[in-house]
Write a protein that binds this ligand. Structure first.
Ligand SMILES: NC(=O)c1ccc[n+]([C@@H]2O[C@H](COP(=O)([O-])OP(=O)(O)OC[C@H]3O[C@@H](n4cnc5c(N)ncnc54)[C@H](OP(=O)(O)O)[C@@H]3O)[C@@H](O)[C@H]2O)c1
Length: 340
């Protein structure tokens, strides 16, 4: 069976996804009988599309194309093209939303996802903001239309954590807490190891491409708060981004780190939802060095789920373009196997 996918957003994750599809397409076909055809790719300025599917050579060339210019790619590229034309020409089975997560209202993700559902496409997202603002609406529309929306890559990007939450159908969860943002965990780890202040650690993270030029979503806890919102809604408990209390990582000084280390403790940027206390927060916390979360360093993420029968500890790669793309591909397969 051919599965036609449309990659909307062709930056770091989109390009990594295209590369993994090229690498794994034959294996996927052999193992599952599914042929993944990339029928369209769009960036902020243009798109390439072919109703037959772009071939491997085109995909490989597009991965190397400069940002914002895939619309210039001959003969499939077009600048300034909207979703209507892409859907009219290609009728994708799966819409993959990889545009930036924008926490000032959730666009363009929200409109793109709602459009895809309106046109009868299943949706896979790494974009978090669309779900943060419209989780229930998006899921409700998908359910009514018999479509699926998958979003494993939105929380602990490179690790299938959302699957664990979705598997807890009757088990009562009282609390979830952990380290949900790889950039800030890297920065804190660097501060502890090199005894430098936040700006110096952040400078290092920027210089090696771990932190964005303006890492405000990470440092102010917005990214981690967004993940709490997605986790809570996954469990069927509504939570809005403004319900999450946030304390900036800027509040952590080098002196705080040294004080903690002297007492056998470390500082971690902990995100937690306490369902009993109805409390959701992201804040720097001192934890003892024998706490399981204390050893989660660098780009790793980890979460503890406290439930009525005990605890689940889950740890893995928090992000990275290729890791995140690998989760997107897993979701594409599970959406496909549901009978696209
Ligand atoms: N990177 C990670 O490790 C990671 C982990 C988990 C989740 N995510 C999420 O995954 C998504 C993609 O991340 P990324 O790192 O690939 O971001 P990115 O490198 O900034 O790429 C974003 C892409 O979206 C395009 N875009 C922007 N506005 C658009 C629009 N209106 N229509 C179509 N395309 C548009 C950009 O176009 P131009 O190329 O023209 O600028 C670019 O191709 C984000 O939502 C992010 O939060 C990322």
């Amino acid at each position: 069976m051919n599965i036609k996918i449309f990659i909307n957003g062709f930056g770091c994750v989109g390009r990594a996804l295209a590369k993994i599809i090229v690498e794994k397409r034959d294996v996927i076909e052999k193992k599952y009988g599914l042929r993944i055809e990339v029928v369209a790719i769009k960036d902020s300025r243009g798109a390439v599309f072919s109703s037959e599917g772009l071939d491997i050579n085109d995909l490989l060339k597009l991965i190397e194309y400069p940002r914002s210019s895939i619309g210039l790619y001959e003969p499939y590229g077009r600048m300034d093209i909207g979703l209507d034309e892409i859907y009219d020409q290609c009728s994708p089975d799966i819409h993959v939303e990889l545009t930036p997560s924008n926490y000032d209202g959730g666009e363009p993700g929200i409109s793109n996802v709602l459009y895809a559902l309106k046109r009868g496409a299943n949706v896979v997202l790494a974009n978090k903001a669309a779900l943060v603002y419209k989780f229930r609406e998006i899921m409700g529309i998908a359910r009514k239309k018999g479509l699926v929306v998958k979003y494993k890559a939105t929380v602990m990007g490179g690790t299938p954590f959302i699957d664990i939450l979705l598997s807890l159908k009757t088990i009562h969860v009282s609390k979830i807490y952990g380290i949900l943002n790889a950039t800030t965990n890297y920065v804190l780890t660097y501060m502890h190891r090199h005894l430098v202040d936040l700006d110096e650690a952040l400078g290092n993270a920027k210089s090696i491409g771990i932190a964005e030029k303006n890492p405000i979503y990470d440092i102010e806890g917005i990214d981690a708060a967004a993940k709490l919102v997605i986790m809570s809604n996954t469990l069927g408990i509504p939570l809005g981004i403004n319900d999450v209390m946030r304390t900036s990582l800027r509040n952590v000084s080098l002196k705080d780190i040294v004080d903690a280390l002297r007492k056998g403790e470390v500082i971690k940027y902990i995100a937690q939802i306490d369902f009993e206390e109805q409390l959701a927060e992201v804040a720097p916390r001192r934890i003892e060095s024998n706490n399981m979360l204390a050893g989660i360093d660098g780009l790793m993420n980890a979460v503890v789920i406290e439930h009525e029968y005990g605890n689940i500890f889950f740890s893995g790669k928090g992000g990275g373009c290729r890791e995140t793309a690998s989760m997107v591909l897993e979701d594409i397969l599970s959406a496909s196997m549901r009978g696209v």
